[in-house]
Design a protein around this ligand. Structure first.
Ligand code: ATP
Ligand code: MG
Ligand code: MG
Length: 392
C-alpha cells in the first residue's frame, strides 16, 4: 500500500479494529500499550522477518520514553484514545520526520473538555452554556445560580464513559459532587433536556477536507453507549443533513487528519448542540464495518496516509449496534448474548479479547444489518432479551 508504518497509541478495541482494517491493506502497524496481549496486539503478529526492528511496545501511552520508542520505528503516529502524553508527541513532531494525526495540538485541545467547549464556541458551533468552576462549594453554587439545576458538573480532563460527570440536583450536594469528582479541575454545563443523542463520524484529510458518515442515534445507559441506530429516523427531513453539516464544520476547524466522532444532543424544538468530539474512531461508528461502503477504521487509515477516501454511504437499509458491556467479573452474561447472536441473520459479533471482564467494561459489540427497520427490530429483540436484567 503506502509502504508507511503506522504506530497506534493505545491497544484497546478501537486499536484492534484499526489494526484489523490495516491488515487488509497490507499496512503495517505497531501498537503501544501495557501488556503483551492488549486487544490490538492480538490481531497483528510482530516482529516480522521483513522488519526485525518493528515490534509492539509494552508500556503506557502516557510514558514519553515509550512514545519516543514507538516513534523511532514508524512513519505515522495516531491515537485510539485521547488521554495520551501530548508533550511527548510534540517533541516527536519537533525532532523527527514522523507525522502525527490528528495533530498533537488537536489532541491537547480535546483532552480538556472546557478548552474544547471554548474552542467550539469561538468557531460559532452550537453548544449549550457552560462555565468554569473552581473546586469549592461557593463556586459550584454560583454556577448553579447562573445555569440552574440540575447542573452537569464535569471534570475537565481524563473523562470517559461519564466517569468525570456529576449531575447536581440540589446545591446542598455541592461538596459531595466535588469529592465524587476527585477534586479535579471542573467546569459546569447547563443541563440539556435532549430528546435524543445523535452522532456523526467525520473524516478529515490532511488538507482540511471533510466527509461525514450518516447521522446515527445513540442510546446511552448509565452514561455508556448502549445502542446505535442508523440511519437516523426523524419526521424532520432536514435533521440528518443539519447534524452532518454541524459536525463537518466543527471538525474542519480542527487540525490534522483522521476520523473524529462528534457527539450531539437533539432538542425538542429541532435544534442541535455539540456535546463533545473524540479525535479518533468512535463507538458510535463501529456499525460502519458491516453497514457502510468503507468503515471508519479504513477511512481513518486512508486519511492519515493520504490515500483516497472511501465512500461513507450506508450499503444496507437499516443497521444497529449493541454494545456488550460487562455485567460482572464473568463473561457468562456476554456469552449468552453472543450465543443468541450466532443464530440471528445479519448479526456480526465482535469480541475484544480483553483479559478480564468487569462490570461496566466494554467487552465486545454486535452489529445487526437488515433489509428494513421492522426486520431490524425483529432481529434485535432476542438480543435485548438475552441481556442481563432483561425482563424478557
Ligand atoms: P465518553 O465515553 O463519550 O467520552 P464522557 O465521559 O466524555 O463520555 P460526556 O459525553 O460528556 O462524558 O457525557 C456522558 C453522557 O452524559 C452524555 O452522553 C449524555 O447522555 C449525558 N450528558 C452529558 N452532558 C450533558 C448535559 N449538559 N446535559 C444533559 N446530559 C448530559
Ligand atoms: Mg468523552
Ligand atoms: Mg461522550
Amino acid at each position: 500500500m503506502s509502504g508507511k508504518i503506522v504506530g497506534i497509541l493505545g491497544g484497546g478495541q478501537l486499536g484492534r479494529m484499526l489494526a484489523a482494517s490495516a491488515s487488509l491493506l497490507n499496512i503495517k502497524v505497531a501498537v503501544l500499550d501495557v501488556g503483551e496481549s492488549a486487544p490490538a496486539k492480538q490481531v497483528v503478529a510482530l516482529p516480522s522477518s521483513s522488519d526485525p526492528k518493528l515490534s509492539h511496545i509494552d508500556g503506557s501511552f502516557k510514558d514519553p520514553a515509550k512514545i519516543k520508542e514507538l516513534a523511532a520505528t514508524v512513519d505515522v503516529l495516531t491515537v485510539e484514545i485521547e488521554h495520551v502524553d501530548v508533550d511527548a508527541l510534540e517533541e516527536v513532531q519537533r525532532s523527527t520526520q514522523v507525522e502525527i494525526h490528528p495533530s498533537p495540538g488537536t489532541v491537547r485541545l480535546i483532552q480538556d473538555k472546557y478548552r474544547q467547549k471554548e474552542f467550539l464556541k469561538g468557531k460559532g458551533c452550537p453548544i449549550s452554556e457552560f462555565l468554569r468552576v473552581d473546586s469549592n462549594v461557593e463556586s459550584v453554587k454560583e454556577a448553579a445560580g447562573r445555569l440552574g439545576l440540575p447542573l452537569m458538573l464535569k471534570s475537565r480532563t481524563m473523562a470517559y464513559d461519564g466517569r468525570g460527570n456529576y449531575v447536581l440536583k440540589e446545591v446542598e450536594k455541592a461538596q459531595e459532587a466535588i469529592d465524587a469528582l476527585g477534586n479535579r479541575e471542573l467546569y459546569a454545563e447547563k443541563w440539556v433536556p435532549f430528546v435524543k443523542e445523535i452522532a456523526v463520524m467525520v473524516v478529515r484529510t490532511r488538507d482540511g477536507n471533510v466527509v461525514s458518515y450518516p447521522t446515527v442515534e445513540t442510546v446511552h445507559k448509565d452514561n455508556i453507549c448502549h445502542l446505535v441506530f442508523a440511519p437516523l429516523r426523524s419526521p424532520d427531513p432536514s435533521l440528518s443533513e443539519r447534524a452532518r453539516t454541524i459536525a463537518e464544520q466543527a471538525v474542519a476547524a480542527l487540525d490534522g487528519a483522521g476520523v473524529f466522532g462528534v457527539e450531539m444532543f437533539l432538542i425538542e424544538d429541532g435544534s442541535i448542540y455539540i456535546n463533545e468530539i473524540a479525535p479518533r474512531p468512535h463507538n458510535s461508528g463501529h456499525y460502519t464495518i458491516e453497514a457502510c461502503e468503507t468503515s471508519q477504521y479504513e477511512n481513518h487509515l486512508r486519511s492519515i496516509l493520504s490515500l483516497p477516501l472511501g465512500s461513507t454511504a450506508l450499503k444496507v437499509p437499516s443497521t444497529a449496534m449493541l454494545n456488550l458491556i460487562g455485567a460482572s467479573s464473568s463473561m457468562s452474561e456476554i456469552q449468552s448474548v453472543v450465543d443468541v447472536a450466532l443464530t440471528v441473520p445479519g448479526a456480526s459479533t465482535h469480541l475484544y479479547g480483553k483479559s478480564e471482564c468487569r462490570k461496566g467494561r466494554k467487552m465486545g459489540h454486535i452489529t445487526l444489518v437488515a433489509p428494513s427497520d421492522a426486520e431490524l427490530g425483529a432481529r434485535l429483540r432476542p438480543l435485548l432479551q438475552a441481556l442481563p436484567g432483561s425482563t424478557k
